[in-house]
Design a protein around this ligand. Sequence first.
Ligand code: IFM
Length: 444
Amino acid sequence: MTQFPKDFVWGAATASYQIEGAWNEDGKGESIWDRFSHTPGKVQDGDTGDVACDHYHRWRDDVKLMKELGLKAYRFSVAWPRILPEGREKVNQPGVDFYNRLVDALLEERIEPWVTLYHWDLPQDLQDEGGWASRMVVDAFVEYADVVSRALGDRVKNWITLNEPWVSAFVGYQHGHHAPGHTNLVEAMAASHHLLLSHGQSVPVIRANSLMSRVGITLNLTPQEPASPSVADRKAATWVDGYINRFFLDPLVGRGYPQDIVNGFGKAMDFIQPGDMDTIAVPVDFLGINYYTRNIARADNITEEENEPRTVIRGDEITEMDWEVYPKGLYNILGRLHFEYNFPAIYISENGAAFPDKVRPDGQVDDPARLSYIKRHLEMVSKAIDAEVPVKGYFVWSLFDNFEWAFGYSKRFGIVYVDYQTQQRIPKSSAKWYSQMIRENAGL
Ligand code: IFM
């Protein structure tokens, strides 16, 4: 593989609800994911994040493990209800202290902390007032961003406001598969807007509290390919691209919401107020992208017989999420981002795969499929860098096996295996490979 630039950021990512556990300890408030996972039937096998990887108690050892792996950066999220249990006003100091200790320990090991402010665990009290569908959440988020960036901003220099607002808004408020489990398109549209507005309003606040810092946002981007050259399939691909990708990318760069999608939704966006779109378009220092797979779009408004034969066929390498392994899609989306949107820097803030790993009798976990997945995606990153796309870092998803939302613990994404009975951590062969890759490229 081509050498990566010496200053390339080599990291791994996690999220608070997926690993911390301690859901009601030290003054933490209830989050929408606590409520959702405690509701029977919402999460596979009745799993919850109550204990998860118990990272809240094991963070010291976890940081040591990161050091052993040679990670240069660690992306984690802060649990909003640990900081402000009721969503606003009353700060819970033990929650702040937890992240203070974590940041200090990381820096001691020369691991750069990358903080995501919102990775889906909204305080339940704010949901009771309407959650992301209600405009009041914007002020609450800015207050939260202010508290966290004041507390950690002297040491944390890389901030991600939101993780995957499309998922928060549409999977949470339209599809109902994620917390809060609503199925209302207008709520989802309003939620998208309030998420983006929260991002836009909080960026200057974070910058003011954390001098010399860099602030960005992370989107889940899924490139769309028409299944055939038919007009119907092209239309389908354009629609899904607008729905998942452009609906967030376009407003971030000042182009407003894509008109084809607004028309397609067919609902008034009367929650947009004067000035909002300028606020959302605040220049960012980088865009984080989470890439897992592509989508092959096939029209569903005509029959198979009416449509042209498929020319783009799904490959047969599929992860346990039923996602096609398609590294080329990462290269394609990076190129498109650069030429159509021109963000000053791009980080791969998540990339990885779930496979059904097993501990071997000798205690090791061999995961050649994941290793190959990561390796081939990194090759695409390297190719994009050669093509002058400003990709500045890569965070594997995930450091640990963890709570995979509605799938509970049934899907393992980690490069480190977690035995949920004993909480033992076992670096998989992918972790050893990644570690070696970092050592070779970061000049350690
Ligand atoms: O586990 C999630 C993560 O929380 C957000 N991005 C996608 C991952 C895999 O589904």
